[in-house]
Design a protein around this ligand. Structure first.
Ligand SMILES: [Fe+2]
Length: 275
């Protein structure tokens, strides 16, 4: 890996840094203009959305630390990319928790009695650094691509200005993460022999399934927070993984195993995962 290839990613990350206090924390946070029941639902959806992403990120930070050690080497620019990445994730964890506490303090106290959610599977999926360094890199890329899409959807479709601002700022960081990880993975996997590629494809399919299954309990909340349907959210998540994997090269677009991800929208596989 040549150093200059990651120099512009590192520079872009440095320029893209932002301060938590620059977000509009003082703006009034109106959960919903509808009935009390609608306000409660809006609050629950938002809390679920924030909590799920918070735990994904907590897990991702643990894995990133291991990745940094694994990739420790002479490529200073790449290490800078990973350090900025960690700085971004730490900021996201902080703003998500701050948003969670703000939303919790609004309106009536609520608890999710109908379907208690346990975010630990999300943490486990994101923190899991088992397998080879290449597999961990691939899984990180998939997680980042799916998170970028979720942050973007909420930033675009939620009606609360503060929520839009927080999610938009994070989505821009996520876009950078996807870009440098795509460059890193493309370099790593270039010229891999077919038998090793098949193993990586299988690992990607397995991880997409695991991530989507962990996010499944939160689909309704993401749908509520973005005024869309659960199917649309699920399709967007599969689409994010599909696009990220396609960007790794021609073999990743056409391999039979990869078609499970690329055609997830029209396959029984998606229905099985989401059931
Ligand atoms: Fe990220």
């Amino acid at each position: 890996m040549s150093e200059p290839s990651f120099q512009h990613h590192a520079e872009r990350a440095r320029r893209g840094q932002w301060e938590v206090h620059t977000l509009p924390w003082d703006e009034p946070l109106n959960l919903s203009s509808g009935s009390k029941r609608e306000q409660t639902l809006s609050k629950l959806d938002l809390l679920d959305v924030v909590t799920s992403l918070y735990h994904l990120k907590l897990g991702a930070r643990g894995r990133l630390g291991r990745q940094l050690v694994r990739w420790w080497g002479p490529d200073e620019a790449l290490l800078s990319c990973m350090e900025w990445h960690d700085a971004d994730e730490q900021r996201h964890v902080h703003v998500l928790r701050r948003l969670q506490s703000l939303v919790s303090s609004k309106g009536e106290p609520v608890s999710r009695n109908d379907r208690p959610l346990d975010p630990s599977p999300l943490w486990r999926v994101a923190a899991d650094g088992r397998g080879s360094a290449d597999q961990a890199l691939l899984h990180t890329l998939i997680d980042e691509a799916v998170m970028r899409t979720l942050f973007s959807r909420v930033a675009t479709d939620n009606r609360i200005p503060l929520v839009r601002a927080v999610f938009d700022a994070a989505a821009q960081d996520e876009a950078r993460h996807v870009d440098y990880l795509t460059a890193m993975a493309s370099l790593r996997f270039e010229g891999e022999p077919p038998h090793r590629l098949v193993k990586l494809h299988a690992s990607a399919v397995w991880h997409v399934g695991r991530l989507l299954a962990a996010l499944r309990p939160y689909l309704a909340s993401f749908a509520g927070a973005t005024h869309s349907s659960q199917d649309q959210i699920a399709s967007a998540m599969f689409g994010a993984a599909s696009n990220a994997l396609s960007d790794l090269g021609e073999g990743w677009k056409t391999a039979p195993l990869m078609r499970l991800v690329h055609s997830a929208d029209s396959s029984p596989w998606m229905l099985w995962i989401l059931r």
